[in-house]
Design a protein around this ligand. Structure first.
Ligand SMILES: C[S@@+](CC[C@H](N)C(=O)[O-])C[C@H]1O[C@@H](n2cnc3c(N)ncnc32)[C@H](O)[C@@H]1O
Length: 219
């Protein structure tokens, strides 16, 4: 099985989900990408105003890809949508289920319910990096999405960023995960890769230091 975000090794992601720790995403030696701080406490908290405004850009049914403990799914339910989160992490799915959030332990690349009928897909908190191949992920999203739906992606602030690399997740205590593939992308690169998958960027905006793109299937 392909190694995934923060899994294996000393399982820092699973432990951070228990104690709201901070994680560092550390690119493998020899890579020019900088380490990224990942705030598990924010993922575990309730959705903030920026999260809620993103949810309001969409409609139901909504699928949060790489949902973690499920704050965006809870937010979508609060907005009155039907919603589901998927994640490959047993620890994240356990936290979400314990809180009564509707989630499925599955990879985005597995067969999923409502293929071709989701009205909103979310890739937030860096999740366009899932699998380390944004083009493959965008092609998969195009399969999942309704022809009248939208894909909402959080991107890097620098529009030109387009990099894939091997990395590890390192916890507060310095203990690391196994190595896994990841990617970072900005709006211009997302537009280029999305277009090849039949998804057009129709809007890009920033709020509270975060940048988002809305993609829609080409008619
Ligand atoms: C950067 S974290 C984002 C966490 C999250 N959005 C939250 O609110 O907690 C990436 C998440 O994607 C999940 N993930 C990694 N590979 C995946 C895959 N192939 N399919 C679904 N989820 C995946 C990880 O387990 C992790 O929870």
């Amino acid at each position: 099985m392909t190694p995934t975000f923060g899994a294996g090794g000393d399982e820092p992601y699973a432990r951070a989900l228990q104690n709201d720790g901070q994680l560092l995403l550390v690119p493998a030696a020899g890579n020019s990408a900088a380490s990224l701080v990942m705030d598990v406490a924010r993922w575990s908290a309730a959705a903030d105003a920026t999260d809620m405004s993103l949810i309001e850009e969409g409609s139901g049914p909504l699928l949060d890809i790489g949902c973690g403990p499920g704050r965006m799914v809870r937010a979508a339910l609060t907005a009155g949508y039907s919603a589901l989160g998927i994640d490959v992490s047993d620890a994240a799915i356990g936290v979400a289920e314990a809180a009564g959030v509707p989630v499925l332990r599955a990879s985005v690349f597995d067969p999923l319910p409502l293929e071709g009928a989701w009205m909103t897909l979310l890739l937030v908190d860096g999740n366009i990096g899932i699998g380390g191949d944004p083009s493959a992920l965008l092609e998969r999203c195009a399969e999942l999405l309704s022809s009248t739906g939208c894909l909402l992606v959080e991107v890097q602030q620098d529009a030109s960023v387009d990099r894939s690399y091997e990395c590890t997740i390192v916890g507060d205590d310095g203990r690391a995960s196994a190595s896994f593939p990841w990617a970072e992308i900005g709006a211009a690169a997302l537009a280029r890769r999305g277009s090849a998958a039949g998804l057009d960027v129709v809007q890009t905006w920033s709020r509270d230091g975060r940048t988002f793109c809305r993609l829609e299937p080409r008619p």
